[in-house]
Design a protein around this ligand. Structure first.
Ligand SMILES: Cc1cc2nc3c(=O)[nH]c(=O)nc-3n(C[C@H](O)[C@H](O)[C@H](O)COP(=O)(O)OP(=O)(O)OC[C@H]3O[C@@H](n4cnc5c(N)ncnc54)[C@H](O)[C@@H]3O)c2cc1C
Length: 300
């Protein structure tokens, strides 16, 4: 390994932030370029995958650089799932016999913590509001457009790592600069919308805290994951189009009737249901596949 090599990581999401810590610990000089502003200084955008479930694979990724204990401080164990039936009753299924759990963690919280830990490495620099627009496969030169100053910076790098999400600019550039680059993208029939069960009057969780709550309804479902502030983030995974879908449930009356019919026990716990439904985005779920995803050991 050469300690001199510099690595450019595109995207400071969960992967970019974590991988920069791994690379720094191996002695590389790492520069991370993120399109958005620094989320540690701005309010998070609500209504887009606020929390996520961390399982064994996620913990191993964090343990590999010794930061699992730091993240555990902001994670809530969920020892089983609570299944909510249409008649309002519920049942419990433990994840294991020995208190095994998956963990609910704030997406923004874990991302910000990973950024802090990355910046604590002397050889990692995070750059914000820098959007990758171009990449030259042959020279490993990248162009970043600063969305605040409107200036473009060119960067040359020994290794480029694209961790810029589902609509990756790095991948798009790879696609156009290679013969026989396989690329496939498809949207599944369902999309999702995030809603909320707020905390009780004393900040308490209004349904069992240490559970992943599920309202399974065949072709659609709602889930709820606990947050540290006593609230739950609910996600409705639902058909985008069709007879009963995001497309057909539009008015306040239609939303309320649908929820009363499908999730009767949740309705009294969701005082801002209508407002959240109308305000929060309906987001798509996309699957992307590409091949090859490593080039000449210098672009990934
Ligand atoms: C509804 C939903 C629920 C999910 N639930 C879970 C869960 O419970 N557990 C779990 O483990 N996973 C879950 N996932 C999956 C998880 O979100 C992804 O695996 C993870 O976010 C991928 O991380 P990433 O860093 O590759 O991409 P992202 O998190 O998308 O980060 C990409 C980053 O790159 C930046 N970027 C984009 N374009 C550019 C550019 N041109 N230049 C510079 N920067 C750029 C973006 O601003 C962003 O910060 C869920 C996903 C969804 C959609």
């Amino acid at each position: 390994m050469s300690t001199q090599k510099n690595i450019t990581v595109v995207g400071a999401g969960l992967v970019g932030s974590l991988v920069s810590i791994y690379l720094a610990k191996r002695g590389y000089k790492v520069d991370v370029y993120e399109r958005r502003g620094d989320m540690r200084k701005a309010n998070m955008i609500a209504g887009r995958s606020i929390n996520l479930a961390l399982s064994d694979r996620g913990w191993r990724g964090l343990e590999g650089v010794g930061i699992a204990d730091e993240i555990k401080k902001i994670a809530i164990p969920m020892y089983g799932r609570a299944i909510h039936m249409k008649d309002g009753s519920s049942t419990y299924q433990a994840y294991g016999k020995d208190n095994q759990a998956i963990y609910s963690v704030s997406r923004g919280g874990i991302n910000m913590r990973l950024m802090d830990l990355a910046e604590q490495q002397p050889n990692v620099t995070l750059h914000f509001e820098e959007r990758c627009d171009k990449l030259d496969r042959k020279t490993n030169e990248l162009s970043f457009f600063n969305t605040s100053t409107n200036k473009t910076t060119d960067v040359k790098s020994d290794i480029v790592l694209g961790s810029d999400g589902a609509f990756s600019a790095v991948r798009t550039q790879m696609q156009f600069q290679s013969d026989r680059f396989d690329y496939q993208q498809f949207y599944i029939d369902a999309g999702y919308k995030e809603l909320v069960i707020p905390a009780g009057p004393n900040g308490e969780h209004l349904i069992e805290k240490n559970c992943l709550h599920i309202w399974p309804r065949g072709s659609f479902m709602m889930i709820a994951l606990p947050n540290m502030d006593g609230s739950f983030t609910c996600t409705l995974f639902f058909q985008m189009e069709g007879k009963v879908s995001f497309d057909t449930i539009k008015t306040k009356e239609e939303v309320m009737a649908f929820f009363k019919q499908e999730f009767p026990d949740a309705v009294p716990l969701m005082p801002t249901l209508i407002e959240d439904w109308m305000t929060n985005p309906t987001s798509s779920l996309v699957t992307v596949k590409c091949k090859p995803w490593v080039w000449d050991e210098k672009l990934l």
